[in-house]
Design a protein around this ligand. Structure first.
Ligand SMILES: CC(C)(COP(=O)(O)OP(=O)(O)OC[C@H]1O[C@@H](n2cnc3c(N)ncnc32)[C@H](O)[C@@H]1OP(=O)(O)O)[C@@H](O)C(=O)NCCC(=O)NCCS
Length: 172
């Protein structure tokens, strides 16, 4: 794999992030809790609102993998501002463009995210939801120390099939 960089998304990444999210919902229809049609027809102002927190890095951040300025992967972290939940952060939107998979980028992004979380002393736990068919993602999460702490049975209906979602957690 030629050289790639990892950077925090900012407002200049608006179009690339929007396009990568739409692509993710298309290439990996079983991976997320939304499907492509939930997002495809949303207006730019909807997207601006949705991405505002990520791109301004207030209570969320998106780490992007880039090659020659092309955004080819992402992973997000959502922090919680509530006093009782400041110690919990959620991992979201873990995705690598299929052309660039199996080069270690996914691991690199997740490593970055965990290192970032560790710099915030308030965060004690990372949580995420992953759909049962996403074996690769689950294997990587486990490699980084996440474990399955619960199952939401038949939580999603995808192509007329009920899919379980796992709750995974990592204590920092
Ligand atoms: C999960 C994902 C981000 C990984 O990206 P990636 O850049 O290919 O990941 P890496 O190259 O760092 O690591 C791949 C690892 O996946 C695991 N893996 C690969 N194939 C696997 C399989 N068939 N079964 C189980 N684990 C597998 C291995 O740990 C593999 O490491 P290896 O190269 O030593 O075999 C990517 O596959 C993806 O975007 N999947 C669809 C989206 C998704 O499922 N997101 C999770 C939402 S919660």
């Amino acid at each position: 794999m030629e050289s790639f960089t990892i950077a925090e998304a900012n407002i200049n990444d608006f179009n690339s992030v929007k396009n990568l999210m739409l692509k993710a919902l298309q290439t990996d229809p079983t991976a997320f809790s939304s499907d492509h049609s939930d997002y495809a027809n949303n207006s730019d102002s909807w997207w601006q609102n949705y991405l505002y927190g990520y791109l301004n890095q207030f209570y969320s951040k998106l780490f992007l993998a880039k090659q020659d300025n092309k955004v080819i992967g992402m992973v997000g972290i959502l922090l919680d501002s509530k006093n009782r939940r400041k110690h919990v952060a959620s991992v979201v939107w873990f995705y690598i463009d299929p052309e660039y998979r199996k080069f270690g980028l996914g691991r690199e992004l997740l490593k970055n995210l965990i290192e970032f979380a560790k710099t915030n002393k308030a965060i004690k736990k990372l949580t995420l939801l992953v759909n049962a068919p996403q074996h690769k993602a689950i294997a990587i999460y486990k490699e980084f120390g996440f474990s399955i702490s619960g199952t939401l049975q038949k939580e999603l209906l995808i192509n007329n099939e009920f899919i379980d979602e796992y709750i995974m957690e990592l204590f920092l």
